[in-house]
Design a protein around this ligand. Structure first.
Ligand code: PHE
Ligand code: ZN
Length: 881
């Protein structure tokens, strides 16, 4: 048996890539499935890779496999022909074309890591990305080895009536002893990480989709029978995704069947296995009674995301795991565009950038900072990050910004034309974009290599002699060893100007004829860049980085008044939001520095809020975005040392002031939003729920008169989960007397519903204050909680660590001690989830000597754990460095 968890694994380097010495053309698998023990018989048709650099022996990866037999062309191997090297079995003397046969035994029921073949409830499921296939059978488990698969599944018919794998079903039938079998064949060569198997007893919702060229595709969405009635939204989302991919990109589905399986036991969001997607149930199940509007949108987006992978990921895949952003950045970009086209583009863009800033910016500034295409890793599972995904999507978006929509489409078409059926690199993607548009993108490639969030410093000037308005930019990269000697980036910057009356001004570059558009694209290529404009008044107000045209931090010293003007009048909705954020950040920063006393600038923020609240023409969903304040965690990011309690008090003081001064306006807008509140999923209704729940929470934060009663009414009259949760949060966070009863009622109603109970855990985990630690401990003992279930860990401990600074950073260190204990225990259960949780300690140094000392102590205690997983080890060692 190959062991895992040997401490001190050496990093794998991008520069060490070598083409595979051996290829596998075809795989024949037979799985005799049972939860206690599954037998896997594999036949691999292997041959030497003509493109290999050396004549190396055949290497197969395997982890935790009980190996029964290894044969080469039907002949058992002599012992000296096979040696072990870490996770690899090295077989010497294999003919250049051969058939390798292995038989192994694995134990799904004991597999708590949820990688490989595992038991999830009464089902057996696989998760192979990134390197889980080696926990199922011996294989050259790397994405540039692509094979066709034929899979024969055998299992007890009563326990597992459903037997699925990738591709089309060829055969099925009865066997003796109550068993049955099914044979599946996937005609598309694929890397092993896209392999999947399901053996289960599930209910199914069926529908079909006819592709543009007339292919009839059977669509099947599965869940446990009690949730069958919650699958309609997932199915509708899938059909919308299929239609959108045809319309927007000309991409059609390529098989006759598409399966989606919902499970409650899943490490991530979902997985794009060819034709057999496996999903975290939270991204499948939805009905108004149990799912919020945000859940509805997330289901649609993740279903879209996994479907879009069929082209960007499966038909064209990654050569090696360093190229992960090739499929993930591109597919996130595609799912963002899907949502933007179907819903509000403005709200979607703001929400995406807000997420990037909240989750990716800290990663860029933290101990695990890496480029979107990392240079090295110890455990690849640690690199499924906001950087690779969300910043990667920003990099893809910049191509579109630079090349235009049509140019980008030409590039994507060429990418598919060149690389369909191949495993390729980010350089190949860039080359397709460049060649299709006859553009030199050499400089653009630096976006794949640079680490950290680049900074743009802007200054303005006016050349009175010539009547030129001047914008100057200086760009810089963060201080990181990987950035040394790296030249300037190519940065697309969208800009515009407002006149003294706040009207947008046409923008004309010096030397251009005619009147320019109100938003213009500038492309920065040097460290220092200067742009001159004609026909602008000296007091024109610059609006810069519209639409967040590049993932950078922009510094310019707008006055408070100017920010308020942009917040009220910028025609670009993202820039309005950005200006509002900057203004709120200024007010909060000043308050934090003055011991929670609000500065005078708060009056400008109040006026800006009032204007938003009173603007009845504004989309309420957009209004809700404009009125969202930076979280305590985001405020903490920008401070060193971090004064946890003062941040909390300052934010509270601001909420209090805003809600008290604006109370009549808030109340009026609240009531207007609640008018005719019967549930509907129209964008209008969704927006009104978003805004009314935001206002309700504000009024409780501000202890407005009779707000408690309003929240109780809101809770009791709710006919949907968005309102129920919105009101529950207001009650619980407002520490209102009625909160306990509401929590108990909620628990009674939903105790058997794991997804809804996640919400119940999360809402309590985020209640501020040092008593949070005891509450978390009590909730961990709740029968619905389990450390084995990743959703529960995220809901309770993830929320506590990331969204409850005053609780987690309790001065006595009890939050740290709790988290440390959990991580050490979880490491033995599920290293991937434990590693993610361990990132809560990343910024330990910034919290003052006392807290820093305690956090370091926890990190060291984790690092010292015997048999610590490489996953957690990589994270804590980076934090301690
Ligand atoms: N590839 C999946 C996605 O982004 C994410 C994932 C990674 C799921 C690893 C499971 C394991 O869609
Ligand atoms: Zn993905």
């Amino acid at each position: 048996m190959a062991a895992r968890g040997d401490q001190g694994r050496r990093p794998i380097l991008r520069g060490d890539y070598r083409p595979p010495a051996w290829l596998v053309d075809h795989v024949d698998l037979e799985l005799e499935l049972a939860a206690e023990s599954t037998r896997v018989l594999a036949h691999l048709d292997v041959r030497r890779n003509p493109e290999a650099l050396d004549r190396e022996p055949l290497r197969l990866s395997g982890v935790e496999l009980k190996t029964r037999r290894v044969l080469v062309d039907g002949q058992p191997l002599a012992d000296r022909q096979r040696t072990m090297d870490g996770e690899s079995m090295v077989i010497g003397g294999v003919p250049d074309v051969a058939r390798i046969t292995t038989e192994v035994e694995i134990h799904p029921e004991r597999n708590t890591a949820l990688e490989g073949l595992y038991a999830a409830g009464s089902s057996l499921l696989t998760q192979c990305e990134a390197e889980g296939f080696r926990k199922i059978t011996w294989f050259p488990d790397r994405p540039d080895v692509m094979a066709t698969f034929r899979v024969r599944l055998i299992a007890d018919r009563a326990r597992y009536p459903l037997l699925l794998s990738n591709g089309n079903q060829l055969e099925s039938g009865e066997l003796e002893d109550g068993r049955h079998y099914a044979v599946w064949e996937d005609p598309f060569p694929k890397p092993s990480y896209l392999f999947a198997v399901v053996a289960a007893d599930l209910a199914v919702l069926e529908d079909h989709f006819t592709t543009r060229s007339g292919r009839q595709v059977a669509l099947k969405v599965y869940s446990e029978p009690v949730n069958l009635h919650r699958l309609d939204h997932a199915m509708a989302s899938l059909k919308r995704a299929m239609a959108w991919d045809e319309e927007r990109w000309g991409l059609e589905y390529d098989l006759d069947v598409y399966h989606i399986i919902a499970t409650h036991d899943f490490n991530m969001g979902a997985m794009e296995n060819k034709s057999l997607n496996i999903f975290n149930a939270r991204y499948v199940l939805a009905d108004p009674d149990t799912a919020t509007d945000a859940d509805y949108e997330a289901v649609e987006a993740v279903i879209g995301h996994e479907y879009f992978h069929n082209w960007t990921g499966n038909r064209v895949t990654c050569r090696d795991w360093f190229q992960l952003t090739l499929k993930e950045g591109l597919t996130v970009f595609r799912d963002q565009e899907f949502t933007a086209d179907l819903r509000s583009r403005a709200v979607k863009r703001i929400a995406d950038v807000a997420t990037l800033m909240a989750r990716q910016f800290p990663e860029d500034a933290g101990p695990m900072a890496h480029s979107v295409r990392p240079e090295r890793y110890i455990e690849i599972n640690n690199f499924y990050t906001a950087t690779v995904y969300e910043k990667g999507a920003e990099v893809v978006r910049m191509y579109q910004t630079l090349l235009g929509r049509e140019g980008f489409r030409r590039g994507l078409d060429l990418y598919f034309e060149r690389h369909d059926g191949q495993a390729v690199t980010c350089d190949d993607f860039l080359a397709a974009m460049a060649d299709a548009n006859d553009r030199d993108l050499t400089q653009f490639a630096r976006w794949y290599a640079q680490v950290g969030t680049p900074r743009l410093e802007m200054t303005t000037d006016y050349d009175h002699e010539r009547g030129h308005y001047i914008l100057r930019f200086r760009q810089s990269l963060s201080a990181h060893p990987d950035n040394e000697q790296r030249g300037p980036l190519m940065v697309p910057v969208k800009i515009g100007f407002l006149g003294p009356d706040n009207q947008p001004l046409p923008v004309t570059r010096v030397g251009e004829d005619g009147e320019g558009a109100e938003t213009r694209l500038l492309v920065l290529t040097n460290v220092d860049a200067e742009f001159r404009f004609d026909q602008l008044p000296p007091d024109a107000l610059p609006s810069v980085l519209r639409d967040f045209s590049a993932p950078v931090r922009l510094d310019y010293d707008w006055s408070d008044e100017q920010l308020a003007r942009l917040a009220g009048h910028d025609p670009d909705p993202f820039s309005r939001w950005q200006a509002m954020r900057r203004l709120a950040e200024r007010v909060l920063t000043a308050a934090i520095e003055a011991g929670a006393r609000l500065p005078d600038a708060v009056e400008l923020l109040i006026a800006a809020w009032k204007a938003v609240l009173e603007d009845e023409t504004l989309d309420p969903a957009l209004a809700a975005e404009l009125l969202s304040l930076p979280s305590e965690a985001e405020l903490a990011q920008q401070r060193d040392p971090v004064d946890v309690d003062c941040i909390h008090e300052s934010r509270k003081a601001l909420l209090m002031r805003l809600s008290q001064v604006l109370e009549p306006v808030l109340r009026a807008r609240y009531l207007a939003c609640r008018d005719g509140a019967a549930w509907s999923d129209s964008p209008e209704a969704v927006g009104r729920r978003a805004l009314s729940n935001l206002i309700l929470n504000l009024m409780l934060d501000g202890q407005c008169e009779a707000a408690d009663g309003l929240a109780v009414d809101h809770y009791e009259s709710a006919d949907n989960m968005t309102d129920r949760m919105g009101a529950l949060k207001a009650l619980v966070h407002g520490r209102v007397g009625a909160a306990d009863r509401a929590l108990r009622g909620f628990e009674d109603r939903y105790r058997d519903d794991p997804l809804v109970m996640d919400k119940w855990f999360a809402v309590q985990a985020s209640v501020a204050g040092a008593d949070a630690v005891r509450r978390i401990e009590a909730l961990m003992a709740h029968p619905a909680f389990s450390l084995k279930n990743p959703n529960k860990v995220r809901a309770l401990l993830g929320t506590f660590g990331l969204h409850n600074p005053t609780g987690f950073h309790a001065a006595d260190g009890s939050g740290y001690a709790l988290m440390g204990r959990v991580i050490r225990e979880l490491d033995g259960i599920n290293p991937q989830v434990a590693a993610r949780l361990a990132t809560v300690f990343n910024r330990w140094q910034a919290y003052g000597a006392e807290r820093a000392g305690r956090m370091r102590g926890e990190l060291e205690a984790i690092a010292d754990k015997k048999g610590l997983s490489p996953d957690v080890e990589e994270i804590v060692k980076a934090a301690l460095r």
